[in-house]
Every structure is written in C-alpha cells, then in structure tokens.
Design a protein around this ligand. Structure first.
Ligand SMILES: Cc1cc2nc3c(=O)[nH]c(=O)nc-3n(C[C@H](O)[C@H](O)[C@H](O)COP(=O)(O)OP(=O)(O)OC[C@H]3O[C@@H](n4cnc5c(N)ncnc54)[C@H](O)[C@@H]3O)c2cc1C
Ligand SMILES: *[C@@H]1O[C@H](CO)[C@@H](O)[C@H](O)[C@H]1NC(C)=O
Ligand SMILES: *[C@@H]1O[C@H](CO)[C@@H](O)[C@H](O)[C@H]1NC(C)=O
Ligand SMILES: *[C@@H]1O[C@H](CO)[C@@H](O)[C@H](O)[C@H]1NC(C)=O
Length: 532
C-alpha cells in the first residue's frame, strides 16, 4: 500500500485536464489536510469485524488484563499490534541477554481487544514491489540508500518466515509465495518495466520476470484485460495469529516482567514530578494513572493523538479488505501465489490461504480499490474510524476485480465471505518513524537526570509507527530495532538470532527511518500537493 502516494499523485495529475473535477478534488484534498491536522482520537470501540479475528487461537488473551494496574512500571508500550509485539520481544530478550535483572514491568496498553488494529485487518501480504519502492525512494535520496531501504523491506520475508519456523508458529501460515503484478494499462506496464531495468543496476540480486500480454494469459490465466505482468518472490502471513502467538510466548517466557492491559486506552501522557523519583511520565488511562520511565508509542495511525508534533506527519486513512471464496474454475496454488492488480491511479493486493484439508481452494484475501470511493480516495484520508459503514463503491471494486480479470478461468460458486475496514498510518515521505522522540515532537520536557549506567537511557519517549500500509515489510524489524535502542545496546555487536539480524543496530536499520527534525518538513503530508 506504500504506493498510495504515487497513486494519489497520479490520480490528481490525471485529472488536471478536467478543471472542474480538479477544483473539486483539491477542495477534497484541503479537507483531508484539515482532518489530518486534528487529533486522531482513540480507536473506535466497536470496529467492523475482520475475517482474521474469527476463531482466535488464544481466547484467554483476547481480553487479557490484570486485576489492577500497578502504580509504576519501567516501560509502557501503547499498542499491541505487530510493532508493539516486536518492541516488547526485542527489549525483553535484550535485557535477558545482558543479564539486566529488573523487577520492574513492561506494561502493554491496548485500547480494544488484543491486536485488533491494522495488524488484524490487513492483507497479510509480506510484499514490497521492489521496482516501485526503489523508484519512489530514489526521488528523495541517493540510489544506494534507496536500495538499502528496499533490502531492509525485503528482508522481512525471510525474517518472519524464519521466526515462525523456529518458534513453531504454524497457525500464522507464514509462507513464501510467487507474487504476480498484473497490469491493466500499457503505459503503467511500460513504466514499471523501465523501473525494473533501473532497479537491477542497484539491486542485482532481485529476480523479476517480465511477461507480455500473451505470456501473461498463458501462464497466469488472466484474460485480455491484463496487458502484462511482473513476477517475483514475496511472502504471506496471518498477521493477527502471528502477533498473538508472539504475545503468548512472551507472557509465558517473562511472567514477572510483562503484563498486557486490553480495553485500556491511554488518554494522555504527561511529564510530571508527581510520581516517584525516576518515573517522570504519567500515563493516564481509563483505569487509572501509571508512572513510568519510558513511554513507547506503537499506535501506528493514532500516534499523533499522544505525540502532537506528529500531526500532519503520520495521518490515518481508511482502507477496505475482503475475504472471498474463489470461483470453481480458479486455479489453486495451495497458498503459494499472491497477486497485485496495478492500474493508473491505484492497485489491489491479494493473497490466498493454503487449502484447508479436504478442500481444493483456500480463501482469497483481497483489498484495495482505495481510489474508487466517491472522492477518489481523498475522502478516506484523515479518517480514523474503522466502525463506519463500509464504502459501497470501494467494496464493489474489490468484490468484482478478480472475476473481471480471470473470467472465464474463474467460474461459478464464488462469493464474498466478509468485508471490513482498517486504518493505515500514512507519512508524507512514505517512511515509518523509528527512535527517540524529542520534546519538539512530544511537547513534554523532562529534565535529564544523572546517567547511572552509561549507554542506557534513564527515561524517554520512543516510537515505531507510520508504516504506510506496508507494515508487514517494515514493522517487525523497526520494532526490533527500537527494542534494542530502549535497552541501550545498539552499539553492541550481537549474533544473528531468529527474528533479529546480526551485527550492530546501525549496520542493519536504515538511518532514514530515524526520527529527526528534518523529517518534520519532509514527512509533512502536504508534500503530496507540492509534488504535483
Ligand atoms: C485494510 C488494510 C490492509 C493492509 N494490508 C497490508 C498488507 O497486505 N501488507 C502490509 O505489509 N501491510 C498491510 N497493511 C498495513 C499493516 O497492517 C500495518 O502497517 C501494520 O499492521 C501496523 O502495525 P502496528 O502494530 O504499527 O499497528 P496496529 O496493528 O494498528 O496496532 C496499533 C494498536 O494501537 C492501539 N491504540 C491506538 N491508540 C491507542 C491508545 N491511545 N491507547 C491504547 N491503545 C491504542 C490500537 O487499538 C491498535 O491495536 C494493511 C492495513 C490495512 C488497514
Ligand atoms: C496532560 O497531557 C494532555 C495531552 O496528552 C494535555 O491535554 C493535558 O493538558 C496535560 N495535563 C497536564 C496537567 O499537563
Ligand atoms: C475477460 O473477462 C470478461 C468478463 O469480465 C469476459 O467478458 C471476457 O470474455 C474475458 N476475456 C477473455 C479473453 O477471456
Ligand atoms: C469450469 O470447470 C468446469 C468443470 O471443471 C468445466 O466443465 C467448465 O467448462 C469450466 N468453465 C469454464 C468457463 O472454463
């Protein structure tokens, strides 16, 4: 989904001819900017129901919480999605590795049920379109840095599949897929093929096959509406089941150090000296106030609610997803293939679950159609409510696109099983924010106290958020990196282990992702308009 920005730009460019529409759209854009400058609020209490949450594997964890909140904690992590899980795991594992014996807790706050945000609502695609991402990043930075970012994204395929294998998380269905980008117009296809050529100079290890119209029909069953295709390797995962499996293991592994408090939204964070010495932050929740040393924002689209300096930098946008039974004539790949459908001004993304035993077809998970709403997607930007009535035009697009491009190799018996929405966290430079948040962002000033152990921060506010609809290829390693920063071990050379790369943090976490004052400008959402 990271291409949303280029898609928006394209949409606006394409409309330049139609002046009246443009004026309309720019007024829509202005309204979107206006919404983006408002606080997001808290996640809606009764969201649409995603397929991924059906039949939860750990029913006891869905509403897990302690009887009473503690008065203090070492670290408060706000948000229990994939980013929160990666941060908690990395921090707890680092402390254990360094024999840091702290009785103080890591407390996770979640506004709703455990992991019920974007992670439970997504497409489950562990996919970056390397040629598209490389072209996009190259506009803003040197080509070798653009390549480093794409490599970091692609690394998630191995990392997540490897971690699931190592920890025996079979229920996450983490798997490698052959992914196919199907193009619906010649110009978009031609430009993509050019991008592939350019990308190859800097990412020679990435293998992408190019298929013309005829070969696309023969090899991928697509009909005449598809003009060409690109295929390469990616992954797919049941992100909710993966994330709650990580939480389940962490709770078992660190019973004295970790608690999770669901249905406990954090309403405010304040710097205060009301609390015990060394606990400079008051975390105000609906169940009482807790004093902590560290506050970690793993709230993705909602981050600017508690970090006012990120307003207009991380902005929510509503997206739609569906689970579908494919037609009887659709060729099954037992979960080993995925698709994107790419057209002027937008794209859709599709994965398919492995066939359940005794069946010949797994369910398709199909999302997109972002530009299909009445106002070409503009009316979905700055929207934080995933309980609203679904957008009918978007839903009709995602319900109809597969039969339209696969007929007659689709057939009867198809049906949409479930449709839901979720909130993406977009940033103006299409990169997430990772690291220590300064006063400029938080508006909260804590006087630095005496440093007791060198290297380790005594207190601070931290973030890993703004994954631009591509969290499966950002969030895990960003969260893992952030856990290392909070532990204060980023200068240590560490062996590779499941879920984390080897070496010092700076050797694998691209510096472009770090929070910096420069990004106050570059990540501003209004850059979208300037670039047109
Ligand atoms: C429809 C849709 C489809 C997507 N498809 C894909 C895809 O195919 N591939 C891909 O890579 N990415 C996809 N994404 C993006 C991906 O799902 C996200 O980037 C990723 O899940 C973000 O993880 P997270 O942990 O940062 O956020 P989340 O999973 O949203 O977790 C944040 C949590 O914070 C909680 N929270 C927020 N505010 C507060 C508060 N004040 N107090 C307490 N708790 C709070 C929320 O309730 C939420 O549970 C999609 C997203 C959507 C919405
Ligand atoms: C606490 O922080 C919130 C924002 O998170 C703010 O609105 C409020 O005024 C602050 N309260 C105090 C006492 O500083
Ligand atoms: C492509 O799909 C449409 C239906 O959406 C169908 O009418 C047409 O015959 C198909 N084309 C081919 C070549 O199969
Ligand atoms: C679909 O499959 C059925 C049975 O496998 C076959 O009889 C039928 O001709 C197929 N339809 C098309 C349009 O290919």
């Amino acid at each position: 989904m990271g291409a949303i920005f280029s898609a928006l730009q394209n949409a606006i460019k394409g409309l330049k001819a139609a002046i009246s529409l443009l004026i309309n759209l720019s007024s829509e854009f202005n309204q979107a900017l206006k919404r983006a400058s408002q606080p997001p609020g808290l996640p809606a209490p009764e969201p649409t129901e995603p397929y991924w949450l059906n039949d939860p594997p750990f029913p006891k964890l869905v509403n897990v919480r302690s009887y009473e909140l503690p008065q203090t904690a070492d670290v408060a992590i706000i948000g229990s999605g994939i980013a929160g899980a990666a941060i908690a795991r990395s921090l707890l594992h680092e402390r254990r590795r360094c024999n840091i014996d702290t009785k103080e807790k890591v407390v996770v706050f979640e506004a709703r049920q455990l992991c019920s945000g974007a992670t439970a609502r997504n497409g489950g695609h562990i996919k970056v379109a390397p040629y598209e991402a490389f072209a996009r990043f190259s506009k803003e930075m040197a080509k070798d840095r653009a390549a480093a970012l794409v490599r970091f994204q692609m690394q998630h395929v191995e990392t997540l599949i490897g971690l699931c294998k190592n920890e025996g998380i079979e229920i996450a269905e983490a798997r490698s897929v052959q992914t196919v980008d199907l193009f619906l117009d010649d110009q978009t296809f031609r430009e993509a093929v050019e991008s592939v050529e350019e990308m190859k100079k800097y990412l020679p290890e990435v293998e992408i096959s190019v298929w013309d119209r005829q070969k696309t029909r023969e090899n991928f069953d697509a009909n005449h509406s598809v003009v060409g295709a690109l295929s390469y390797r990616a992954g797919a995962i049941w992100a909710y089941r993966f994330t709650v499996s990580i939480w389940e293991r962490l709770l078992a592994d660190f019973p004295d150090n970790l608690t999770i408090e669901t249905d406990t939204p954090v309403e405010a964070v304040n710097a205060t000296d009301d609390g015990p010495e060394g606990f400079p932050y008051a975390v105000k929740t609906t169940r009482g106030t807790l004093y902590v040393r560290h506050v970690v924002h793993a709230t993705n689209a909602f981050a600017s609610h508690l970090v006012p300096g990120l307003r207009n930098k991380i902005v929510g946008a509503r997206a739609h997803m569906s689970a579908q039974q494919p037609g009887k004539n659709f060729t099954s790949f037992d979960g080993m293939r995925s698709w994107s459908i790419i057209y002027k001004g937008g794209f859709d993304y599709v994965s398919q679950r492995p066939c359940p035993p005794g069946t010949t077809q797994g369910d398709l998970l199909l999302g997109g159609g972002f530009m299909r709403s009445a106002k070409q997607g503009m009316d979905q930007i700055g929207i934080y409510d995933d309980s609203l009535t679904l957008d009918a035009l978007t839903v009709s697009h995602i319900a109809g696109i597969f039969p339209a491009i696969f007929a007659p190799k689709w057939g009867m018996g198809a049906g949409v099983k479930q449709v839901w929405s979720g909130i993406l966290g977009l940033t103006g430079d299409s990169l997430p924010f990772v690291g220590l948040l300064g006063t400029k962002f938080t508006g909260r000033n804590v006087l630095t106290q005496k440093i007791v152990s060198p290297g380790a921060h005594q207190h601070g506010e931290w973030i890993a958020a703004g994954f631009c609809g591509e969290g499966m290829v950002w969030a895990w390693l960003c969260g893992t990196g952030l856990g290392i920063m909070i532990a204060g071990t980023e200068k240590q050379h560490v062996e590779e282990s499941p879920g984390r790369p080897g070496g010092k943090l700076g050797e694998w976490l691209p510096r472009e992702l770090l929070v910096s004052n420069k990004r106050v400008r570059t990540a501003d959402i209004s850059n979208l308009a300037n670039q047109i």
